[in-house]
Design a protein. Structure first.
Ligand SMILES: Cc1cc2nc3c(=O)[nH]c(=O)nc-3n(C[C@H](O)[C@H](O)[C@H](O)COP(=O)(O)OP(=O)(O)OC[C@H]3O[C@@H](n4cnc5c(N)ncnc54)[C@H](O)[C@@H]3O)c2cc1C
Ligand SMILES: Cc1cc2nc3c(=O)[nH]c(=O)nc-3n(C[C@H](O)[C@H](O)[C@H](O)COP(=O)(O)OP(=O)(O)OC[C@H]3O[C@@H](n4cnc5c(N)ncnc54)[C@H](O)[C@@H]3O)c2cc1C
Ligand SMILES: Cc1cc2nc3c(=O)[nH]c(=O)nc-3n(C[C@H](O)[C@H](O)[C@H](O)COP(=O)(O)O)c2cc1C
Ligand SMILES: Cc1cc2nc3c(=O)[nH]c(=O)nc-3n(C[C@H](O)[C@H](O)[C@H](O)COP(=O)(O)O)c2cc1C
Ligand code: FES
Ligand code: FES
Lengths: 307, 262, 307, 262
């Protein structure tokens, strides 16, 4: 086994990735910001900042706060809207050899469907439905918390697009397999998880929450054990592929998710600590495969051996 | 020429008995130059806690030697980590980040108002001031121990006014009062300010009342430091007079006081 | 304001605490183990290792694994049983000036009730129902995940005891206020939360979970933002007092929970890092009260000012 | 006399070019003595990552000077943190923890079998061996570089057998084979072993077959280190021949091989 024979590429339901490492939505802007620091070609894919039908200015500051081995964010889906994305951002991203995933969030099932219709005609590789953003008042996580809500939105969206359809799940539920199964039944091609855990930090001196939004979403290494558990549970419960994320910082972490059942992984918060992490992560995955004589990454998916 | 990504600590020393340190770092590689107002974002752990980088203003940059300097106050885990770094150790540093202080060709007389850790980016500005520009500098410190004589600029075209909160040196009281008292009759081409928000607000309002250009350098909690996470939002006036959000790390840290809501 | 005038004591529904800092169940054994390192009199209370009706030997090893700013445990309620506790452990604990809380877990509602009957006659200050242990196959979290399950167990237990009854909630639910309200309606005097978040860590070299139990409960600073959020939500939803926990390491953290709505706090995992933390935590709380001229801790409970 | 809770690093040096370090620490206060087999539990961060303490065996203890020594291999974040500590820095250390190697008055001839980082507690045992007790010592190392000549006991009553995994020194192969080859004709009063589990298992079985007392020193993941969390369980034989759990930090780390399931 040597570097040459190793196959890191994977085709998940038509979403072709040259390697399984994808930038997680909301942590990588539209790629542009990182281009001075990283070769964007290193990524298997980039999931762009969550898009809405119309432009959104987002939540008032403060929007982020650090927590032990993690952070809370309440950006509030600031974005220029789906049309501006297609016009102003997509052409730049398309210059790179990386899959582009459009992450979308809506206030109503109809809005999701409308965006899907628009994006179906755009030069993107997949649509990721954010049914799990905890930082906006309407829609989104409200849908995502019930299997019925998920089923409806996914069904409506499915009608509008033949692009690979990823449904992103919130971890703030009692049983993660229920929304997963609902999404699968409604026609999702792929599931991605986890989005952020709802959290709160209070400033004891001002006696107010640190975030102007009061609560925010917890991400980063702190949540990794919860994410790995949920990816495992979902991979057991559904037959469609899963993209795993939550606190990944290294090839070791990525492989943990892959063994748990993920066909690909997304890296979010860690980009802030180490903008060059994507290269290290893929190199570490390769080294692991060489060490254990594995030529195709697919051989590892879901291969955890439970006690 | 590339963005900064790593350096080696040449010197890291405590300033007398304060909790303020000055660090000198040599960058690796052929790096972009930096300009007054910009900052670096430094990784402050080997593990995951603290997780996020810490933004620190660039105090000086020597393009010939690829050396930059920062001054920082130990506040929490991140800056404590920095204070423990020894000569020869590696530093994981992103930079130069953010925009710059705008100093127009035609400016002849400026004022600079800084408080606390806000004085550091202003010192970079003052040190690179052309000789023909005169500057009245107003710096406020908590007490006389914290007056950083070591880095205060001494030049003929710079006049220094100092205040201390505890009245232990210079003017006893708010730096904004000292500023107002000494400038009521003066007309500056521009005023530059960095420090606590209430201070900057007073300075900005005084300037706008007299129609003087005022540049404020803001702080906000940051995650990425490069404009990707949209975390470091600050309220700005958009064209149609509505409120929107700018981002301190990318659109700032320096803003025209007229365009930002303090 | 000086140290002398400060009142740290609190009476929550008959549970009298001389200060609001309690050792969390399962992290402090029966107090004995720490007695060589800490003055047990420093604690406002000690919640003992989870008791069952009969002795339990617990789960096979490995039982713990460290995670970023946290840890997973799957001890599996190893304990000598409620009778042995009363006979062999309680007398030792009673030598100290600290409230003793008996934490209990059962396989059936009946078992919970039986233990309550037994403990009602024992020299303890309160009973804490662990309806949230993720590490045993039967009972416990199975009850704790549904409002109906909680209601039934609490109702049955309430009939058997007049001791202050604390119900401990699991955070692994979609809406934490539902079980909280169910417990209140069934007669709980106090709620305590959070227990651990269900997580998993996989060893990429053996390709097995690190814990022999496959999954375990996540605790420690990593979970603090989730815990603060849930304590806030529950305190808003119920009228009975709340004991907050999850990742507390300092007086600052404790005050965060108190501002969020906790009348007292429990400290678990941090004892492992710093066995002497209780003293520091109470000192820091006092220093905060002096700084802000607060004579009675009760003035701070729930005083977070939401945006 | 109290339990250990803090000390000052006197010395912390890398052993040649290995990733193994030896550290000398002076304890504060009037502390309990320690005995061979015991360990300390050390806090390895200033923040929350790594969160848990790291257990390390006590290599030596000097009660007159209140100084203890440890030897550790850098494996991950915790031991890396230790390796960066400088002379004069504080160490947050709990100890002495666990039980001791049982060395009965009447013993005259013992064997000691150690592999890798398992040799450190055994060295404490050997250094405190009464002169009248003879010891055959079998130590296995990965390669000749890692043979810690610096701390290997040189005494008349100790005979040293060394193996290396890569055959670069001494016996090339498993230390358990070297042990078996040299002891088939010998009858020890007791055998003490510490190292990888498979190694200890072979030693224990060989001893039990010949009805020799065998003491194994176990490792298990620990959280509290003092018997409170019940995290460090190991399988033990209970009276009625059922399986139960002992706890490495409190009931161990040393167990009679007959009582424990390896
Ligand atoms: C553009 C910019 C330039 C800066 N330049 C300097 C400088 O030259 N010298 C210097 O000493 N400091 C500077 N700061 C502030 C510095 O970033 C914070 O003091 C530092 O992040 C605190 O980290 P910590 O881990 O030590 O403390 P923490 O434990 O993180 O926090 C300690 C205190 O600092 C506050 N804080 C944390 N992060 C930030 C942040 N990003 N901005 C403002 N406050 C924060 C917290 O609310 C808390 O009150 C600058 C900040 C910005 C945004
Ligand atoms: C009673 C006892 C005595 C010990 N004595 C010594 C000694 O004298 N010298 C020495 O170098 N080491 C000793 N160890 C092992 C030492 O505790 C681990 O190497 C250390 O905890 C690793 O920490 P880390 O953060 O550097 O690595 P981590 O990143 O935590 O882990 C690195 C590797 O070590 C393993 N590991 C982590 N914690 C433990 C643990 N508690 N026990 C066993 N393996 C673990 C992990 O599975 C991983 O493979 C002892 C362990 C025990 C239980
Ligand atoms: C600052 C920030 C913004 C985010 N914005 C989005 C978003 O717009 N859409 C989305 O689906 N997820 C968003 N997320 C969630 C991440 O994509 C990811 O699910 C989560 O952070 C867990 O992964 P991590 O621990 O690697 O960050 C955001 C996360 C962060 C930290
Ligand atoms: C090793 C360990 C054992 C635990 N055992 C119990 C238990 O027996 N009963 C219980 O109600 N909670 C148990 N818990 C949960 C804690 O009491 C507490 O709810 C949780 O750890 C969160 O607090 P912390 O982050 O301060 O540890 C245990 C936690 C740990 C870490
Ligand atoms: S810190 Fe991320 S956009 Fe400014
Ligand atoms: S480590 Fe806690 S009981 Fe042994």
């Amino acid at each position: 086994m040597n570097e040459k024979n190793i196959n890191l590429s994977i085709d998940i339901q038509g979403l072709k990735l040259k390697n399984p490492v994808i930038a997680a939505s909301g942590t990588y802007g539209f790629g542009r910001e990182y281009a001075e620091y990283v070769d964007l070609n290193d990524w298997g894919g980039i999931s762009v900042k969550g898009l809405t039908l119309e432009e959104r200015i987002g939540n008032p500051p403060p929007r982020t706060v650090e927590t032990p081995s993690g952070m809370l964010n309440a950006i509030g889906l600031q974005n220029p809207g789906v049309h501006a994305f297609i016009q102003n951002e997509l052409p730049f991203l398309r210059r790179f050899d990386t899959a582009v995933i459009a992450n979308v969030a809506g206030n109503t099932a109809e809005e999701y469907a409308t965006m899907a219709r628009i994006l179906d005609k755009a030069d993107i590789d997949a649509i990721e439905l954010n049914l799990s953003c905890p930082n906006v008042k309407k829609g989104c996580m409200a849908f995502g918390s019930t299997p019925e809500g998920i089923f409806q939105v996914v069904k409506d969206v499915r009608r509008e697009t033949r692009k690979p359809l990823i449904v992103k799940l919130t971890p703030n539920v009692t049983d993660i397999t229920e929304p997963a199964i609902a999404a699968q039944e409604a026609g999702a091609d792929i599931l991605s998880l986890i989005n952020t855990l709802l959290g709160m930090v209070i400033d004891i001196h001002t006696r107010k929450p640190v975030l102007a939004n009061n609560t925010g979403g917890l991400s980063g290494p702190a949540v990794r054990p919860v994410a790995v558990r949920m990816v495992y549970q979902v991979a057991q419960a559904v037959s469609i592929p899963v993209i795993g994320m939550g606190g990944i910082t290294s090839g070791k972490d990525a492989i943990e998710f892959i063994l748990a059942g993920a066909s690909a992984v997304m890296v979010g918060t860690w980009n802030f600590a180490d903008p060059a992490c994507v290269k290290k992560i893929t190199e570490e995955i390769k080294a692991y495969m060489i060490r254990y004589d594995i030529s195709d990454l697919k051989e590892l998916v879901g291969k955890v051996e439970i006690y | 020429m590339t963005k900064w990504n790593s350096g080696i600590v040449l010197e890291n020393k405590r300033i007398r008995s304060t909790d303020i340190y000055i660090m000198k770092v040599r960058l690796k590689g052929d790096v972009d130059p930096s300009y007054p107002g910009q900052f670096v974002n430094i990784r402050c752990s080997k593990g995951t806690d603290p997780l996020l980088r810490r933004p620190i203003s660039i105090l000086r940059f020597d393009p010939a030697e690829n050396i930059f300097e920062i001054v920082y106050e130990v506040r929490g885990k991140g800056t404590q980590y920095l204070s423990l770094l020894k000569q020869g150790e590696d530093l994981d540093v992103l930079g130069p980040l953010g925009n710059r202080f705008c100093l127009k060709e035609e400016y002849e007389r400026i004022a600079v108002v800084g408080g606390g850790i806000g004085i550091f980016p202003l010192i970079h500005l003052l040190e690179s001031l052309p000789e023909k520009v005169f500057a009245d500098v107003f710096f406020g410190f908590r007490d006389s121990d914290r007056i950083l004589w070591e880095i205060l600029p001494k030049k003929d075209n710079i006049k220094l006014y100092i205040s201390t909160d505890d009245k232990s040196f210079g003017y006893g009281g708010f730096i904004t009062d000292l500023f107002k008292e000494n400038t009521s009759d003066k007309k500056y081409d521009a005023v530059y300010t960095c420090g606590p928000k209430p201070m900057m607000k007073i300075v900005a309002e005084a300037c706008m009342a007299k129609d003087i250009e005022c540049f404020v350098s803001l702080e906000e909690r940051m995650a990425c430091g490069i404009g990707a996470c949209l975390g470091c939002a600050c309220r700005v006036q958009t064209e149609n007079d509505k409120i929107g959000y700018g981002h301190v790390c990318k659109d700032g840290p320096v803003f025209n006081a007229r365009k930002v809501v303090l």
